[in-house]
Ligand binder design. Structure first.
Ligand SMILES: Cc1cc2nc3c(=O)[nH]c(=O)nc-3n(C[C@H](O)[C@H](O)[C@H](O)COP(=O)(O)OP(=O)(O)OC[C@H]3O[C@@H](n4cnc5c(N)ncnc54)[C@H](O)[C@@H]3O)c2cc1C
Length: 445
């Protein structure tokens, strides 16, 4: 049995993951309890209150999502293990789960685009007892869904590159030590003019100029990043030695989205579980449902419907992650997972609030917090509208039916690889999507 088979087959439960992290000094149960304790205050202030981690936890948190060859935890390389972990942490607090130290959203573009030397340099920086964050900077004030039309420019000089422009809504942007920054060398070239750069937060000309006021996921502190004649060296340009010059860095962003969509969906599954548990605890303690005529059977039916939706979203996350771990193309599965989890999160939190009424909402703040977090989740990593557009286009193009995408051979082994397995099939190019005049599937959620 290969090392990867051992790792991905050994991880069955969150207890396995907790045991693996305990070997690295992190107490996962304690971390989750402490996250839960500061959840409301973090939501109110938009800060990582506490922090919820202990000094002993930091090294293991920093190294989450780091490939094995750079010191990452073998049991956490598979996407299934990561999804299980994210659902567990999301149950404690969705926003804090996304604000924990580590390379985070910056990991996939580095694995997809950087040379071995660049990867080693980047990931070794996370071998530290001090919290370190990575960020992924592509969205701009005028270009979000249509990211290939970005304006942030990269100009070649004798000494390296000069970046100019503005990025916005960057998760952990103000606390990040390193931001993978996407910029264009020539706007006329569209996606093929885009390059990815590793920018350190102390680089002259780089500034986290603002943190947005958010309705949900507040501790993620979405930041505006400004680049003003920001000069970086040649080796800041992510480029594999064998593919110079790299002319499709945008595919690194796409693979990053395809990798993270099931993980973010897992966070939302965790958030829904928490809302469900808090609602049930309030009802058990004698809370009266908003509709006093609903009766026990009506309440139970509503709770069962909530459970059904959460279970379905989790199964989709798990299936997509399982397929990705086997090197099966999953970009459409990732879109389906995110679009579905996003609707489930909106419906479950809304149903919980309808059931609880004003008294219940006041007694269980996680209901309303979960609802706001779900709205923010729908926008990040490609809005729900865009996911549905991509799914519809793939279904139109494909000769197979959309649900065939979730069919996998039962005996397909995990891919032997020491890196996290990034999806191999980038999502379709959405450049100019809004100008295509194609009708978008209507969101009736
Ligand atoms: C919590 C959160 C975290 C984020 N983290 C990051 C991050 O770390 N890094 C980063 O770079 N960005 C990040 N973002 C930004 C996010 O990726 C963008 O907000 C998103 O891509 C949408 O872009 P936009 O805000 O410019 O909206 P727009 O693209 O302007 O869209 C506005 C509305 O129009 C709709 N729309 C747009 N185009 C179409 C179309 N073709 N068809 C139908 N409807 C369309 C959208 O669905 C949306 O409802 C984050 C956002 C959030 C909310």
């Amino acid at each position: 049995m290969t090392r990867h088979e051992q790792t991905s087959q050994a991880v069955r439960t969150i207890d396995d993951i907790g045991a693996a992290l305990a070997e690295r000094g992190l107490d996962l149960d304690l971390l989750a309890r402490r996250m839960r304790n500061v959840s409301l205050e973090s939501d109110t202030t938009g800060q990582i209150v506490g922090p919820p981690w202990r000094a002993d936890d930091v090294s293991a948190l920093n190294m989450n999502l780091v490939p094995i060859q750079y010191g990452g935890c073998p049991l956490l390389q598979s996407l299934v293990a990561q999804a299980t972990l994210m659902a567990f942490l999301g149950e404690a607090d969705a926003s804090l789960a996304l604000a924990l130290p580590g390379p985070g959203l910056a990991m996939p573009p580095v694995v997809a685009l950087a040379s071995t030397q660049q990867q080693a340099r980047f990931f070794q920086r996370f071998q530290s007892g001090t919290p370190r964050w990575g960020a992924f900077a592509i969205t701009e004030p005028d270009y979000g869904s249509d990211a290939t039309a970005m304006r942030t420019s990269a100009r070649k000089t004798g000494r390296g590159w000069v970046l100019n422009g503005t990025k916005c809504f960057i998760t952990n942007g103000a606390r990040a030590d390193y931001a993978i920054t996407f910029a264009t060398i020539n706007r006329q070239m569209g996606r093929y003019g885009i390059r990815a750069f590793l920018v350190e937060s102390n680089t002259p000309g780089f500034e986290a100029s603002r943190i947005e006021r958010m309705a949900g996921l507040r501790a993620t502190q979405l930041a505006v990043l400004s680049y003003t004649d920001c000069e970086v060296t040649d080796d800041a340009l992510l480029a594999r030695g064998d593919e110079k010059p790299l002319d499709d860095a945008f595919s690194g962003a796409q693979r990053s989205w395809a990798y993270f969509r099931p993980l973010l969906s897992a966070v939302m599954v965790g958030s829904c579980r928490r809302v469900r548990a808090d609602l049930a605890a309030w009802l058990d303690a004698g809370g009266t449902p908003a509709d006093r005529h609903q009766g026990v059977a009506g309440v139970e039916a509503s709770l069962l419907d909530i459970d059904r939706q959460i279970a379905a979203a989790w199964l989709l996350c798990h299936c997509t992650a399982w397929k990705a771990d086997r090197g099966i193309a999953t970009s459409m599965d990732s879109s389906m997972t995110k679009a579905f989890a996003s609707r489930v999160a909106a419906r479950v939190t809304r149903a919980a609030m309808d059931l609880a009424g004003l008294d219940g909402i006041a007694a269980c703040p996680s209901l309303e917090q979960g609802y706001r977090d779900a709205r923010a989740f729908d926008i990040m990593e490609g809005t729900g509208d865009l996911q549905r557009l991509m799914i519809a286009r793939a279904a139109q193009r494909s000769t197979s039916r959309p649900w065939d995408m979730t069919v996998v051979p039962c005996n397909c082994p995990a891919t032997p690889d020491s890196s996290p397995v990034l999806p191999t099939d980038p999502s379709p190019d959405l450049a100019n999507a809004h100008r295509s005049g194609k009708e978008i599937p209507h969101d009736d959620a």
